[in-house]
Design a protein around this ligand. Structure first.
Ligand SMILES: C[S@@+](CC[C@H](N)C(=O)[O-])C[C@H]1O[C@@H](n2cnc3c(N)ncnc32)[C@H](O)[C@@H]1O
Length: 244
């Protein structure tokens, strides 16, 4: 039980509201007042711009952006890939974290959303690192596999797109990431639905994709080519470090 140095509990007649007493509240306050204000300005602007967008729930959260940024710097990533750009929040986090001569291949079926965020990415001085390709990612990956010269060349790959294709992405990108490099699969907690009972009330799209996410989680857990670690950051991210 936490101490009550300001006698708040006494003033409230010995009653503490759930939020006052709950550890979660302290984490919440810490995150919003201390961690989030340290979000780099361009990323803040991109979140503000995206907030006006009808599908803004798709954007990567601030804590996950910070996590990606830290991870990329720790592994000294230089060559990255992203599948699922939307307005570019995780892309900007990545581009800012890469060195000046770093590169990121970014793919999305929708160029329009990417172009909405692009001026902010350009102002941040990192657009030269980005090679954006409009269209479905699978054919691009297939061409890279066929070509041969991209095998084992990526230090980091972030997958945040169509959940029903994650296993198809995995089959391909496991060849493209370096041994020792990292793949990050986003949304592997899928709104917490991966641990919900089968009859739990779930939104339609959550229910629709849940089995794909569950299947991915099982397959990653037993894949001998990778070491995995699932983190409850954002909607859950599973990191896969290629070991063979
Ligand atoms: C969750 S959003 C990505 C969010 C983004 N990472 C961010 O930080 O804002 C998913 C994106 O995947 C894209 N997408 C869906 N299917 C795709 C496919 N087959 N190939 C490439 N991108 C796809 C969608 O257009 C959408 O922009």
């Amino acid at each position: 039980m936490a101490s009550d140095p300001e006698g708040q509990q006494e003033q409230n007649g010995g009653h503490k509201s759930l939020l006052e007493s709950d550890a979660l509240y302290r984490v919440y306050i810490f995150t919003y007042l201390i961690v989030y204000p340290r979000e780099p300005e361009p990323m803040k602007s991109l979140h503000e711009l995206t907030a006006k967008h009808p599908w803004n729930v798709m954007a990567t959260s601030t804590d996950e952006g910070q996590f990606l940024s830290m991870l990329l710097k720790l592994i000294k990533a230089k060559n990255a890939m992203e599948i699922g750009v939307y307005t570019g929040y995780s892309l900007l986090a990545t581009a800012l974290a890469l060195p000046q001569d770093g590169k990121i291949l970014a793919m999305d079926i929708n160029r329009e959303n990417y172009e909405q965020g692009l001026p902010i990415i350009q102002n941040a001085g990192v657009s030269h690192k980005i090679d954006f390709r409009e269209g479905p990612a699978l054919p691009v990956l297939d061409r890279m596999i066929e070509d041969g010269k991209y095998h084992g060349t990526f230090h980091f790959i972030f997958v945040d797109a169509d959940k029903d294709n994650y296993l198809d992405y995995h089959k391909r990108i496991i060849e493209l990431v370096k041994v020792g490099g990292v793949i990050g699969y986003d949304n592997t907690l899928w709104n917490g639905s991966v641990v919900a009972p089968p009859d739990a009330p779930l939104r339609k799209y959550v229910r629709f994709y849940r089995d794909f996410v569950l299947e991915l989680n099982w397959d990653l857990a037993v894949d001998p080519r990778i070491e995995i670690c699932q983190l409850p950051v954002g909607d859950g991210i599973t990191l896969c470090r290629r070991i063979s």
